[in-house]
Write a protein that binds this ligand. Structure first.
Ligand code: TEU
Length: 568
């Protein structure tokens, strides 16, 4: 067995002197590679990142003070999840004012200071755009709830009369992502039971009507507001659900079950999305940029779209639309060589067809932490390390969620601390996503590990008592830590830009292992199987997710290597 399916004589790997990094559809104006094509972007969930004022809640000034750490890690950009005024029915994704700053996170000046500091450190800044819904406390929704059926205020949302003799049944069978019907009935101003409004998420998140001109205009205002404050791009929340099929037809049974066909739902992936995205792209490409921000043509939009058919997802990043779309199929894939290989191949093929990079992601504020997802304990950690080196070798962009670089596990929180609407909406059957939103451990031996000066029990979520070895400080000083692995990988991937040759995976059909050339001489091999995999004689190991056993790659290990023929 060999780790290299391309024997020296037969099928030579590309010459790094000739093979440049990928360009493709949305190339930079001067022909240079746009920064976002291979960028590593770090997701900050601000309330759990760093607290500057001792109230137990992370804030913008706390994040600014920790940007140096992110520069040490080596990221290109940060994406900050919603920091806008919000009653926090859904972790800030229920927004009452899309251009404000939540008072517990700081003020407008703190945001400007964060952007300035990030730019000074060479880090770009993305913010969340949440266009599908507002908070029920947004002035528009308060006005709509108090207004008459058919009024202009109600037209900004999706209000409908109910079914049944007295309108007592929801207008259709759509289900909320958090469980239960996607409709809630309001009382009319005269106190009688009235119309229903649509909320694909929590009842406190009424869906906007994207066929309404005022909604369209307001989001242009919001985009310009943040561009004027120097942001370099936007992560677009549930980008696939803004338009609902005409007539709001029933979805039918099993609507949330088959993710591979989810684009067929009447509230997902409608055609009208694409002209809207093209309008936003034109705005991003033309609105003037303040000092320090990237030029208009270099701003990025990344779609958060839970669409699993790769060719449907590719439409979000076709020329003139967004540039990136999270590859959730990769995140969802089990730790299995054949499954991982298939996802990688399908994603690369679909994205290449539209000239876009793949945007890899292993974790987010919505997902179970990789260490836990891949089995927990030492086995889970070992696989998470191997998965990280796989992701970071693949051509394309990557997003790293805060704490992923520390190998934090999912935390089992006490019932009375859970905030995720999934917990209540599922009748306490699903604990929800709070276990990956626990404050980061920065330093020290005891909670809150430098996250805050507040008492541990007063912090956003309580941290486990056994995290002293996982703090950023402890890991920065430990060459074998998860942090050290990410930092080295980020450096090496910069030194070895991806080739624009089509990605070819090699390895046995069983998926016991697979390998590929990233470009500039770097080859990545992942061994999923229990058989140790011998290295070629001339392979020089640059980075390994676990110690090698002699000259073999053990199970659940990823190795980055270079061959002597590449030495200049
Ligand atoms: O998530 C998209 C989404 O569809 C999730 O609601 C998903 O259904 C959920 O994670 C179930 O496990 C985005 C945000 O990332 C998420 O935090 C928000 O709750 C959601 O949109 C609504 O804004």
């Amino acid at each position: 067995m060999t780790t290299r399916a391309t024997p020296d004589a037969g099928n030579p790997v590309p010459n790094p002197a000739v093979a440049g990094p990928a360009t493709g559809g949305s190339g930079g104006a001067d022909g240079a590679v746009p920064w976002w094509r291979d960028a590593v972007c770090y997701e900050i969930y601000p309330r759990a990142f760093a607290d500057s004022d001792g109230d137990g809640v992370g804030d913008l000034a706390g994040a600014t003070a920790r940007l140096e750490y992110l520069r040490t890690l080596g990221v290109d950009a940060v994406w900050i999840t919603p920091f806008y005024p919000s009653p926090l029915a859904d972790g800030g994704y229920d927004i009452a004012d899309h251009t404000g700053v939540a008072p517990d996170l700081g003020g407008p000046a703190d945001f400007v200071a964060l952007v300035e500091r990030a730019h000074a450190l060479g880090i770009k800044v993305l913010v969340d755009l949440v266009p599908n819904h507002t908070s029920d406390l947004h002035p528009w929704f308060r006005e709509a709830a108090a207004a008459e059926p058919g009024s202009r205020a109600r037209e900004r949302y999706v209000f409908r009369p109910g079914r049944g003799e007295h309108g007592e049944l929801p207008p259709n069978d759509w289900q909320s992502a958090f469980g239960g019907p996607a409709w809630t009935r309001v009382d009319e101003p005269d106190g009688s039971p009235g119309e229903w409004y649509l909320h694909l998420h929590a009842p406190q998140q009424p869906d906007l009507n994207w066929r309404n001109g005022e909604v369209v205009a307001d989001f242009e205002r919001i985009l310009k507001h943040w561009l004027d404050r120097g942001v370099d791009g936007f992560r677009v929340d549930v980008a696939h659900t803004l338009f609902k099929a005409d007539g709001l037809p029933d979805a039918g049974p099993g609507q949330h079950q088959d993710i591979h066909r989810n684009h067929l739902m009447p509230y997902y992936d409608q055609e009208e999305l694409h002209p809207l995205f093209r309008d936003w792209r034109a705005l991003l490409d033309s609105h003037p940029a303040p000092a320090g921000a990237v030029a208009p043509g270099e701003r990025v939009m990344v779609a958060e779209a839970g669409i699993f058919a790769p060719e449907r997802l590719a439409r979000y990043v076709s020329p003139g639309e967004m540039q990136q779309t999270f590859n959730f199929a990769f995140l969802e894939a089990p730790w299995d060589g054949a499954a991982m290989r298939d996802v990688v191949e399908e994603s690369v093929t679909a994205m290449q067809a539209v000239g876009a990079p793949v945007t890899w992601v292993l974790s987010s504020h919505d997902a179970v932490r990789p260490v836990t997802r891949y089995g927990g304990g030492q086995a889970g950690e070992r696989r998470a390390r191997a998965a990280a080196l796989l992701m970071l070798a693949l051509p394309g962009a990557a997003y790293v969620y805060q704490g992923e670089e520390l190998g934090l596990p999912q935390v089992e929180l006490p019932d009375d601390r859970l905030r995720d609407p999934l917990w209540e909406r599922s009748g306490h059957r699903e604990r929800g996503r709070d276990g990956c939103r626990v404050p980061l451990p920065w330093e020290g031996d005891a909670a809150p590990y430098g996250f805050s000066t507040a008492a541990p029990e007063d912090c956003w979520f309580p941290q486990p008592t056994d995290w002293a070895g996982l703090t950023a400080r402890a890991q920065e000083d430990d060459g074998d830590s998860m942090f050290a692995l990410y930092r080295r990988a980020l450096r090496l991937r910069r030194d070895h830009p991806a080739s624009d040759a089509a990605l070819k995976l090699d390895g046995p059909d069983s998926g016991e292992w697979f390998g590929f050339e990233r470009g500039a001489g770097l080859r990545c091999v992942v061994n999923f199987g229990s058989e140790p995999l011998p290295l070629e004689n001339d392979a020089e190991v640059l980075l390994s997710s676990a110690p090698l056993e002699g000259r073999t790659i053990p199970q659940d290990t990823t190795v980055w290597m270079i061959f002597k023929e590449y030495h200049q």
